[in-house]
Design a protein around this ligand. Structure first.
Ligand code: SF4
Length: 67
């Protein structure tokens, strides 16, 4: 539902990376807590049941997300 956090919030490597101080909290505020439908990760997961650890919500790649 609109206004709620992404259903992947508690499992997502992007959120984990934010909690570990690796990426800016703006990603979380912009996507995970608001526009998660627009998130490239969310869409990949929905459409292809596929997720990569290093894709940010806008579809760009962040190496620091890889484990
Ligand atoms: S990065 Fe995307 S898939 Fe992950 S929690 Fe945020 S909105 Fe959901």
């Amino acid at each position: 539902m609109e206004g709620e956090s992404c259903s992947n919030y508690y499992e997502c490597p992007v959120v984990r990376a934010y909690e570990e101080g690796k990426i800016d909290g703006e990603w979380i505020r912009m996507y995970c807590e608001r526009n998660w439908r627009e998130c490239a990760r969310f869409q990949l997961d929905e459409i292809f049941s596929y997720s990569t650890d290093f894709v940010l919500p806008d579809g760009s790649v962040e190496d620091r997300l890889s484990r």
